[in-house]
Write a protein that binds this ligand. Structure first.
Ligand code: GLA
Ligand code: GLA
Length: 664
């Protein structure tokens, strides 16, 4: 297994490199990621390349058997480039061009930037394609970070071309966007504006298409780099994504163009919430339904102006094993040594600024020895498939453009449902709305807002074949053009759900509505509460699981269950609070016959990866207290090297990986 560090030899004197390599090797580090921001050093002036320093650094690392992920350096175009070619600089929504001085200042559409990228990428590919240490390529760095969309004239033209290819004729576009509204009818492609601040609130069809276009620009820019690299190199290609927290690029589409997915995991930036961290891992695994790597794993207190609190003893190790528990086949820490200069002075690496090994180094080195002992047995293993949660970038975008009610946000809602399964110890896959659902006993669509005939058909087939489905409020509201459908909600899903929305009430953030649980809904909890949104339902065949209390629609249905053959569809007309989501998940797994992993005490996460008749059961103590976990069956703890029966003791932030034969 690769256990690595993001290394910037260019930040340190040449005399230091041997010591770095020695300390890395002693910590079990067998890989570095290099060069993703080193364009100005590798091409100090146009067309003159200098790789001597990088070659020498790799040579020093080679003496310790350390391999490398080589990066294209296009996330940080040099000063000379930006000065010479100001048209490569991205324009923000407010119309201002970004200036040189940070990073990621380029426009991914710019033909000139693509040309300059092609030159440096090709030069690097030629140089390092057959280099014995290069095991993979990383494209750029965090596509879409800092600035996700560009509003420059080149993007305006490219957007118009993108629309022409999508719609074919202006009549089709005018119809799709409903441009009769406010005299928006277009009679030439070049009349179509970008949705800038100067335009203001634009047409929802145009805005959603602009989000799609912008996502496509990153994907096509990445594809050019992939093509350049593949012309010379057969090493696998990845790029470092940003988990669930970043929603500007359709990561399912980007995942398809990569050989493997990697992402950057900084737990302190999501309040160290184990479910939220896990959700990102699970999404990243879901992009290709394959194991992934963490390309930047938090290694210390982090921040630019102010830093996050210090990870407590054991937490760095815990977070790394948590990544492995959810499918990471490689862990690379950001960064090797904390930089003395630059805006990331407080973004701590494994070593502090002074470069001497400390507590964090010791912890990561101890884990390095464990990782070596584990060997490659976990590589390729995946969790059992039983439950899928649908995540759709179209829905994230449509809801961002128009939240429907104040404070109605896609990701927190999605996470509430995810967290319910995480708490129950039920492994989940994240799937796009056009996924093959047949491997799953239960599918949850927290909100399938933008719905095509194909999605509706796929869900309906799934349920008819015995699948169990949960559909959340504001599903089926829009078509692919971001038009509201011309039928009763949930639109194309209404027949399947056996219910229509008679009326709705946009409660707004922080406003709750109480629910009375009907007999048929026993198990959903006692005092169920919904918030932010309320659909007042009229069943068309479904039975009522819960009704509203204390409002003008008191007694009307809020949650329903429709039986379709042996399948079921639960429609949830409110945004559930966590307790209600927990109840919905509990009832649903029972209905679908999904068995959770062994129950764990509060604060102890459980996850599993299966391979070759063996289950690797991860038990992860996210608390600072010791915990005892009862075990229904014995297993060999691969970290402690002992067989554990009856119950397992976990130290504060402790981890166990039990190897258990799968029932034969
Ligand atoms: C004003 C305008 C209408 C409509 C409403 C709602 O009253 O005159 O055309 O736009 O606001 O926005
Ligand atoms: C991201 C980037 C890194 C670094 C860290 C910390 O993850 O990929 O280069 O900037 O953030 O800011």
């Amino acid at each position: 297994m690769y256990y690595g560090a993001d290394y910037y030899p260019e930040h340190w004197p040449r005399e230091r490199w041997e010591r770095d390599a020695e300390l890395m090797a002693e910590a079990g580090i067998n890989l570095v990621r290099v060069a993703e921001f080193a364009w100005a050093l590798m091409e100090p002036e146009p067309g003159r390349y200098d790789y001597a320093w990088l070659d020498e650094a790799l040579d020093v690392l080679a003496q310790r058997g350390i391999q490398a992920v080589m990066c294209t350096p296009t996330a940080a175009p040099p000063a000379w480039l930006c000065q010479q070619y100001p048209d490569t600089l991205l324009v923000q929504r407010n119309g201002r061009r970004v200036e040189f001085g940070m990073r990621r200042q380029y426009c991914p559409t710019s033909a000139r930037y693509r040309q300059l990228s092609r030159q440096i990428t090709t030069a690097m590919a030629q140089r390092y394609a057959r280099h014995s240490q290069v095991v993979a390529w990383q494209l750029d760095n965090e596509f879409g970070g800092h600035h996700a969309r560009c509003y420059c004239p080149a993007c305006a033209e490219a957007f118009q071309g993108w629309l022409e290819r999508r719609y074919g004729t202006l009549d089709a576009l005018n119809d799709a966007w409903g441009t009769a509204f406010w005299s928006h009818t277009y009679t030439a492609w070049d009349q179509i504006p970008l949705p800038t601040d100067a335009v203001g609130s634009s047409n929802p069809g145009l805005e959603l298409d602009f989000y799609r276009f912008s996502s496509d620009q990153w994907i096509s820019y990445a594809q050019e780099q992939i093509d350049n690299l593949q012309a010379h190199s057969s090493a696998p290609i990845t790029t470092n994504l940003m988990g669930l927290g970043f929603g500007e690029i359709d990561y399912f589409a980007m995942g398809r163009q990569l050989d493997f997915v990697t992402w950057d995991n900084y737990p302190t930036f999501i309040q160290q919430d184990p479910a939220a961290i896990a959700a990102s891992h699970v999404l990243m695994r879901g992009l290709r339904d394959q194991p992934f790597w963490v390309m930047e794993e938090q290694a210390g207190p982090s921040g630019w102006q102010a830093m996050s609190p210090a990870p407590q003893p054991g937490q760095l190790r815990l977070w790394s094993y948590q990544a492995m528990a959810h499918g990471a086949d490689g862990i690379v820490y950001f960064r090797w040594r904390t930089c003395r200069t630059g805006i990331e002075q407080w973004w701590h690496g494994i070593l502090d600024h002074h470069g001497e090994p400390g507590r964090r180094y010791q912890e990561i080195a101890a884990m390095g020895a464990e990782v070596r002992a584990l060997g490659d047995r976990l590589l390729g293993a995946l969790p059992p498939k039983a439950v899928a949660i649908v995540l759709a970038y179209d829905d994230r975008w449509a809801m961002r453009l128009q939240p429907n009610a104040a404070g109605f946000e896609y990701t927190p809602l999605w996470l509430t449902y995810y967290r319910a399964f995480h708490r129950l110890g039920v492994p989940v896959d994240v799937v796009p709305p056009d996924a093959d659902l047949s491997p799953y006993a239960l599918v949850v669509a927290p909100m399938l807002h933008v719905v095509s005939e194909a999605y509706a058909h796929s869900l309906s087939t799934y349920v008819q074949q015995g699948g169990h489905l949960i559909v959340g409020a504001r599903s089926g509201v829009k078509d692919l053009h971001n038009r509201v459908v011309d039928r009763q909600l949930p639109g194309l899903l209404a027949d399947l759900c056996g219910v229509v929305v008679a009326e709705y009430d946009a409660l707004g953030a922080g406003n709750c509505v109480r629910l009375a649980i009907a007999k048929a809904g026993a198990g959903l909890g006692e005092d169920a509460v919904g918030h932010t949104w309320a659909d007042i339902l009229a069943p068309r065949g479904a039975e009522t699981l819960a009704t509203y209390l204390g409002t003008f629609y008191q007694g009307e249905p809020a949650i329903t269950l429709n039986r379709v053959g042996i399948g079921t569809v639960t429609y949830v007309g409110v945004l559930p609070d966590q307790d209600l989501a927990d109840g919905l998940a509990r009832c649903a797994i029972e209905r679908a016959g999904v068995a959770p992993l062994p129950e764990t005490p509060e604060g102890v996460e459980v996850a599993a990866r299966d391979q070759d008749g063996l289950r690797y059961l991860f038990l992860l103590n996210h608390t600072a207290e010791p915990k005892t976990v009862p075990l229904p069956e014995p297993g060999r703890d691969l970290l402690a090297g002992a067989t554990i029966r009856n119950s397992l003791s976990l130290a504060p932030h402790g981890v166990a990986i039990l190897e258990i034969p799968l029932g034969g």
